[in-house]
Ligand binder design. Structure first.
Ligand SMILES: Nc1ncnc2c1ncn2[C@@H]1O[C@H](COP(=O)(O)OP(=O)(O)OP(=O)(O)O)[C@@H](O)[C@H]1O
Length: 289
């Protein structure tokens, strides 16, 4: 089984007359693609289009050459897909095992023994095997998120679409989730949305979404490097034309934009790169790739 080939070409999505996605291109096979953007940037909409929940208004999305606009192909895509929506709900009354077993039936894992083995396999993967008999209602928020991951990876999908999997989790749970996501990178094409630059750093490729468009596609290192020579610190208040600035704990100002002559340049981070890319003027701008 090989990771799915994912191809988006000039994807557009509108709600009423409002454009939410405009000319989105993306090509991936294997590895992790993190989609980074502010609240409302269109990440969930993009992921829902890839997961065949929403139909784009323009452009094409193909998965292994299959086009979700055709019903037979859409069914085939869904067989290859694992999807973790932002607001996944479980029946609180059922046990952890039963909740997954039910979803495994929906994923067409018909043989009872195979299904049981696969359910326990994914529970192992996410560290919830010893909770298999507990009601879902007794799980903590982080455990529920891991249960969500378990259902997403059930059936070994070759395309994994994860909408903010680490949202609201404490640092330990975030780390665990990142580990589970990272494990998939060799067997699936993984698309993960986040608004946190730290989480975006797990991507082999980071896609920055801002103002409905892709502003950057490339490695986390390249995103950080894109801010080289445009990140500096100073004691004085930032100049008025600075793109972004904030006061550090030591009282100095970290500034992004066009540095004044003699500025004290510092090594940029992925966050610096993101802030510069996302705040660049739209007119005449070409995405960096
Ligand atoms: N079904 C819908 N009908 C109308 N507008 C919608 C719908 N879904 C999303 N939108 C709008 O589209 C825009 C993008 O929303 P989306 O949820 O894709 O952003 P996001 O980047 O995932 O945000 P967040 O980080 O807050 O989850 C928002 O302005 C939102 O209000």
């Amino acid at each position: 089984m090989t990771a799915a080939h994912l191809h988006l070409h000039q994807v557009e999505k509108r709600f009423d007359s409002r454009t939410v996605l405009d000319g989105v291109d993306l090509l991936a096979q294997g590895g992790i693609v993190t989609v980074l953007g502010a609240n409302g940037a269109g990440k969930t909409t993009l992921l829902r289009c890839i997961a065949t929940i929403l139909e784009p208004d323009g452009g094409t999305i193909t998965i292994d050459g299959l086009d979700a606009r055709r019903e037979a192909e859409r069914i085939e895509i869904r067989r290859r897909l694992g999807y973790l929506p932002q607001d996944l709900g479980f029946n609180d009354g059922s046990t952890v095992f039963d909740a997954l077993d039910y979803l495994a039936v929906l994923k067409e894992i018909a043989d009872d023994r195979t299904r049981r083995r696969q359910v326990f396999d994914v529970l192992d993967r996410v560290g919830l095997r010893d909770r298999a008999g507990d009601p879902v209602a007794r799980l903590s928020g982080g455990m529920r998120r891991r249960l969500g991951m378990a259902q997403a990876i059930l059936g070994s999908p070759t395309l994994l679409v994860l909408d903010e999997p680490a949202a609201g989790l404490d640092p330990d749970e975030r780390m665990r989730l990142r580990e589970i996501v990272a494990e998939r990178r060799s067997v699936a094409t993984v698309v993960v949305s986040t608004h946190l630059t730290d989480d975006a750093a797990i991507g082999d490729v980071v896609v920055v979404l801002a103002d409905h468009r892709i502003r950057f596609t490339g490695s986390p290192t390249r995103l950080a490097e894109s801010a080289a020579g445009r990140t500096w610190v100073q004691d004085a208040l930032p100049p008025p034309d600075v793109r972004a600035s904030w006061r550090r704990a030591d009282g100095r100002h970290r500034c992004l934009g066009n540095p004044p002559p003699g500025a004290e340049l510092v090594a940029p981070t992925l966050e610096d790169g993101y802030l510069l890319v996302a705040s660049a003027p739209v007119d005449g701008m070409r995405p960096v790739s």
